[in-house]
Structure formats: structure tokens, C-alpha cells
Write a protein that binds this ligand. Structure first.
Ligand code: NAD
Ligand code: LMR
Length: 344
């Protein structure tokens, strides 16, 4: 009954299998914010990934310990941990952002504060905007060719911040800057599978827009299931506000970390597979001309150089169109806020 859409599906499976069998990966992944609630399990999953040959963990606290701990796992990747000051594990050079980022193929950024109950993601702006700005300045200097994947909230603003920082440094490449919205896809898949009694691995929902409340728009009309109006409304709103559900359940102890680590790892592995020649399509928040918002999440084909193609949006159902119309002013406002932060 369910038709898988293009997300995360290989473009040419036979060619890919032949390629990946003969092409061992050698990719460096840097995780910035690696000692945090997302950063630690994300680093663990990256340490387990056959796609990663070097993992560098960076945070303002704790990364020498995180890296020493991870380094005892018998997988092929080397692991290092750095702090801003000259402390690293293992002891070498100066540590710091330069060593973390030099030679990185993908930089994943979950650095920044999480929400508490009652807060919106936008309430994190004042703290996280500066954190993201500083870290992306480091990327512009030490790894301008890397794909930068931003997890830190509010993603609808932090990605535009990163773009402006890179532009100022003369290093902006829209193919290499993405906001990670994979958790919204994970949630949509889970909620549909639960509601329809399906195995989640057989479901792949396209989620478009941004990553905050009503800017998250799951396109359930494409999954081939029959929902009552009430069911459709319930899983749409639950996907839009899935983050709030976790924030409330954690009762002041933060937001989603484990599911986000999983989502961040799937996203990163897909980017690395694409760099190695596999065709991968997955949803991501990227600079886009699909709509009149400068950045927009939609299915994107990744390739050796990051974003290869932004796939056409296709038709929305009347129900989705109504959410789309509500979303756009909000999304554009949050994008403008990010851009203004850097230009001010
Ligand atoms: P956390 O507080 O557990 O961890 C954040 C880490 O960032 C900490 O270890 C902290 O020391 C580090 N950090 C702070 N400033 C830094 C800097 N200047 N350089 C390097 N590291 C720095 O928070 P968390 O639960 O891991 O969440 C992190 C961010 O991810 C939050 O903004 C949260 O809202 C966001 N998030 C996004 C998604 C998504 O779908 N995109 C999902 C979940 C959480
Ligand atoms: C999420 O969707 O879980 C994250 O964006 C964290 C949050 O604040 O909800």
C-alpha cells in the first residue's frame, strides 16, 4: 500500500553496490558540541559508522574524555577530542578548532542550548546565534570545502546565519550548507507506521518547509494511506510539535537527544555515501528557489559535492496547501531574523 518516495533511496543501486564494494571510505567527520546530549550519542554512532575514518570531537567542555572513551571501541576510525584551549586527546599540537576542522569532509553542529518547557525554538536564538556564528567562522577558515550540517536551533535562523557568515568570509557554497531536518522525517515515519500498523522501515514521508512548529509540513498525502480527517490532522500536528512532546516529557532536562543523534547520524552517513558516489536523496533545509523563502526543506539529491539537485516539490493536497500558506510568512520571518543577525 505504501509507496516509498525518493528520500534516501539510491539512484542506481547496482552501480552503487559495485562502487561501494571497491571504494573504502576515508572521511573525516567533525562534531561540534560533541560532549552534549546529542553530541555524545551522535559521536558514538559516527564511531560505529563504516563511512567514517576519522572522528574529531569538539566542545567547550569534556571532549578529551568523550574521545578517550570512544577510542576504545574497535572500529576503524581514529578519534580525537579538542577544546578551545590547547587541550586535546590524545595530546598533540594545539587541539582547538583548527585541528578539529582541518581536513574535515563533514562538520555536524549540535552545539548550543536546548529548550525547556514553555520555550519556543526561537527563544534559543540569542544564545545559539552567536555559538553558530563563531563555529561557522571556524569552518570558513579551516575547512571551507566541508559540508556543514546544522542541528543547533532555531534551524530556520541558524542556517541563514551560517550562510551570511560564509558569505562575509567569501567562502559560501550553497551546495555545502544544510540544516538537518531528518528528525521530522523520522517522526513522520514513526507516527504513520504506528497509526497504520506498518513497519516504519517501509514508510518514507517527505517533510518540507523548515524545522519549527507550523513550518514543519509532512506530506502524508503521498504515502498512499487512507486517513480520516481527524487522523490526518492528529499526525500532522504531532509531527509539527513532536519536539514539544519530548521537551515536555523531559520536564526541564532538555529536548530530543537520542532520536536526534540517530537522525543526525543517518543524515551524515547519507552525505558521506553520496560523496563516495552513491546517489542519495534525503530531505534537508537548504538554499532553494522552490518557493519564495530563501531556504526551504525538501527532498534533495546529494552527490560528491554536497547538494546536487533540489527536487521539484510536486502537487500539495488542499489540506497541505492550507498549512503551506500558513507556514510561509513564519518561515520567511525566521530566515530574515538569522540574516539580520549577521548583517547588523
Ligand atoms: P546540550 O546542552 O546537551 O549540548 C550542547 C553542547 O554544546 C554542550 O556540550 C555545550 O558545551 C556545547 N557548546 C556550547 N557552546 C559551544 C561552543 N561555542 N562550541 C562548542 N560547543 C559548544 O544540548 P543538546 O540537547 O545536545 O541540543 C543541542 C542543540 O540541538 C540545541 O540547540 C537543540 O535545540 C538542538 N536540536 C536540534 C534538533 C533538530 O532537529 N535540528 C533536534 C534536537 C535538538
Ligand atoms: C526537536 O525537534 O526535537 C528539536 O528541534 C528540539 C526542540 O527544541 O524541540
Amino acid at each position: 500500500m505504501f509507496v516509498k518516495n525518493l528520500a534516501a533511496r539510491s539512484i542506481n543501486a547496482a552501480a552503487r553496490r559495485a562502487y561501494s564494494a571497491s571504494a573504502p571510505s576515508s572521511a573525516k567527520v567533525a562534531v561540534l558540541g560533541a560532549a552534549g546530549g546529542i553530541g555524545q550519542p551522535l559521536s558514538l554512532l559516527c564511531k560505529l559508522s563504516p563511512e567514517v575514518s576519522e572522528l574529531s570531537c569538539y566542545d567547550i567542555v569534556g571532549t578529551p574524555g568523550v574521545a578517550a572513551d570512544l577510542s576504545h571501541i574497535p572500529t576503524k576510525s581514529s578519534t580525537t577530542g579538542s577544546l578551545p584551549s590547547p587541550v586535546s586527546w590524545p595530546l598533540r599540537g594545539n587541539g582547538g578548532l583548527e585541528e578539529t576542522l582541518s581536513g574535515a569532509d563533514v562538520v555536524v553542529i549540535p552545539a548550543g542550548v536546548p529548550r525547556k518547557p514553555g520555550m519556543t525554538r526561537d527563544d534559543l536564538f540569542n544564545t545559539n546565534a552567536s555559538i553558530v556564528k563563531t563555529l561557522v567562522e571556524g569552518c570558513a577558515e579551516f575547512c571551507p570545502e566541508a559540508v556543514i550540517a546544522i542541528i543547533s536551533n532555531p534551524v530556520n535562523s541558524t542556517v541563514p546565519i551560517a550562510a551570511e557568515v560564509l558569505k562575509k568570509a567569501g567562502k559560501y557554497n550553497p551546495k555545502k550548507l544544510v540544516g538537518v531536518t531528518t528528525l521530522d522525517v523520522c517522526r513522520a515515519n514513526t507516527f504513520v507506521a504506528n497509526s497504520q500498523g506498518l513497519d516504519p522501515k517501509d514508510v518514507d514521508v517527505t517533510v518540507i518547509g523548515g524545522h519549527a512548529g507550523i513550518t514543519i509540513l509532512p506530506l502524508f498525502s503521498r504515502v498512499g494511506a487512507k486517513f480520516s480527517d481527524e487522523e490526518l490532522e492528529a499526525i500532522t500536528v504531532r509531527t509539527q510539535f513532536g519536539g514539544d512532546e519530548v521537551v515536555a516529557a523531559k520536564a526541564g532536562a532538555g529536548s530530543a537527544t537520542l532520536s536526534m543523534a540517530y537522525a543526525g547520524y543517518i543524515f551524515t552517513e547519507n552525505v558521506l555515501k553520496a560523496m563516495r558516489g552513491e546517489g542519495v536523496v534525503q530531505c534537508a533545509f537548504v538554499e532553494s528557489d522552490l518557493t519564495d523563502a530563501e531556504f526551504f526543506a525538501s527532498p534533495v539529491r546529494f552527490g560528491p559535492n554536497g547538494v546536487e539537485e533540489i527536487l521539484p516539490l510536486g502537487d500539495l493536497s488542499p489540506y497541505e496547501q492550507q498549512w503551506f500558506d500558513k507556514m510561509m510568512p513564519e518561515l520567511k520571518k525566521q530566515i530574515a531574523k538569522g540574516k539580520d543577525f549577521v548583517s547588523a
